[in-house]
Design a protein around this ligand. Structure first.
Ligand code: ATP
Length: 244
């Protein structure tokens, strides 16, 4: 459904992405692992049109080249981003944030069912529809951010560090929600600092180093790859490591 090839972007003289290639199929969770500054956020921002990719980059979504299209057009095609830091409107209520997510034309039909589905996914939002989002915990705000993205009726959901700053309990809730979203047929591209948790739910993984592809494969193989264990899992996985 999404096929990226030769994707490059430079901030001035600094090349943040160099000839990145990746693909995602419908209903897959694909995780991206890379050190700080590897280019992961830049990758999500170029796919969603927030940053213009360099000439020659190709981003095909459902067969059409979307490279360089403006963000609102890309949302209409069915790609939604949950940005790092969530990007929710703190002064607005949960209900208002969800309503804003349903602004794209593709989201108008079925808005009420989608809202009900978001509340089923995150029951604690249902209890707080009238609460200002800035007064909610980090985890609850992350649920609002994911809920708002789902309200746009995406076929592909991109998430940038969704567990950043969350308690282990709330992180688990967010990761479980991602598995349920995949079960609904939505594809997920996940950038996460919690490599272990993302490997546990991902179908496939791409490694990015200094803006370049550094390997890819099924998540189960990657978990057992000594280089991946050393770089992202803090050494070999031990039997005592708590599963998410
Ligand atoms: P992190 O895990 O730390 O969020 P990342 O993998 O998401 O990192 P990016 O934020 O995509 O990495 O940044 C890739 C590189 O581009 C970094 O070296 C960063 O310093 C640089 N960079 C990012 N945004 C800008 C900008 N607006 N102007 C200049 N350089 C930038």
């Amino acid at each position: 459904m999404l096929e990226v090839s030769r994707l490059s972007h430079s901030y001035g003289k600094h090349q943040a992405l160099a000839d990145i290639a990746l693909r995602i199929e419908r209903g897959e969770i694909v995780a991206i692992l890379g050190a700080n500054g590897a280019g992961k956020s830049t990758l999500l921002q170029t796919i969603t049109g927030l940053i213009k990719p360099a000439a020659g980059s190709a981003i095909h979504f459902d067969g059409a080249d979307i490279a360089g299209l403006p963000p609102y057009v890309i949302v209409e095609r069915g790609i939604a981003l949950v940005p790092e830091g969530r990007g929710v409107f703190g002064e607005l209520t949960v209900a208002e944030n969800l309503q804003l997510g349903a602004f794209p034309a593709r989201a108008r039909e079925g808005e009420a069912q989608r809202r009900a589905h978001v509340m089923q996914l995150f029951p604690r939002l249902a209890e707080r529809m009238g609460q200002a989002v800035r007064t909610m915990s980090g985890g609850e705000q992350q649920m609002v951010a994911i809920g708002r993205a789902l309200m746009s009726n995406p076929a592909l959901l991109l998430l940038d560090e969704p567990s950043l700053g969350l308690s282990p309990l709330l992180s688990r809730e967010v990761f479980r929600a991602l598995e349920r979203i995949r079960a609904d047929g939505v594809a997920i591209l996940l950038v996460e600092q919690n490599a272990r948790a993302s490997l546990d739910i991902a179908d496939r993984v791409y490694l990015i180093e200094s803006g370049r592809n550094a390997g890819h494969g099924p998540a189960n193989d990657m978990k057992n790859n000594p280089d991946v264990q050393r770089a992202y899992l803090g050494g070999a996985r031990t039997a005592s490591a708590a599963p998410l």
